[in-house]
Design a protein around this ligand. Sequence first.
Ligand code: F0G
Length: 360
Amino acid sequence: MRKTLFNHYKNFLPITSKTPEVTLGEGFTPLVRSNNLSEKYKCEMFFKLEGCNPTASFKDRGMFLAVSKAIENGKDKIICASTGNTSASAAAYGARYNLETIVIIPSGKIALGKLLQAMAYGAKIISINGNFDQALNAVREISDSLNLEIVNSINPFRIEGQMTGAFEIIDELGNNPDFQFMPVGNAGNISSYYKGYSAYKADNKIREFPRLLGIQAEKSAPLVDNKIIEYPQTIASAIRIGNPASSSLAKEAISETNGQFLKVSDKEIIQAQSILAKEEGLFCEPASASSLAGFFKYIKSNNDYKGKKIVFILTGNGLKDPEVAEKYLKSEILQTSSKIQDISNAITSGKSKGFFSKFF
Ligand code: F0G
């Protein structure tokens, strides 16, 4: 039988004999060693492919546990606010375990693939004229009176389930990486990794923390700018968040690991997304690519990364956001007749691969 996060990491999670096993096959995602970029940048780069989870984002690591605990506590309805991935994940687990799922999303700001997932899994979708932060406030206000279980990362079980990402990295590398670059939106995931590494440190599985680098988008960077952003903007819609719920734990994560918050522009995000796809064969969504964009920013003014082990968390699959890909990553299609000679001419015509043609 395939191992599950529920069984494999039971001792590190709040699982008791009363907790029902919930799984869609989440976790144990590939940690892929860089094939081209490592050599170029003189360090050992690894990419954690969280897009390989059942709903194609890291959210499933926390959702299995949040849903498991919701069932244990007799709940039959779950609710979340979302920039897309949480809603897709909640809807999938809700469908499988017969829980009504309600998702509140910022109107027009959800990547198409994620919205279609929530629809396909049969969630009740409420789209508001407002941003993620307002949607999350609404969820906080409504949930008690309607007896709904919140499955956003303000649910502590989400944070604990997502610690498994850190466990897997250590179990695979055998020690701590030196750096970890990851996107930060509502700041739940960086808090989870910090808690996960802390748990493994307490268990003597690692001696040191990796330095955590939390990357935000330039106009949605409340943790870099140290203020709430009322109207956050970015092409990386997953991290378009102005008032992160887990700010204080995320700040602790940065200070305790000698890390840093950095911000990157939309252009840098798209460049990194394209580089990951074209140089490593890894197609992640824009928010995920911000981790590599953050690395490029970091190395402009530091060289302590050389020769070091660096992990990048690629949080979601690139197919989730076809609109961004279509706009910025599209390359030319060579149209020919069906004649062998024409096809052959097209193959040898010397056209190069498309390269974020429209943005720049
Ligand atoms: N990457 C992706 C692909 C995400 O979907 C998110 C968050 C993040 C990074 C940031 O993680 O919020 O824990 O700091 N998505 C949430 C959602 C907000 O609703 O799907 P975070």
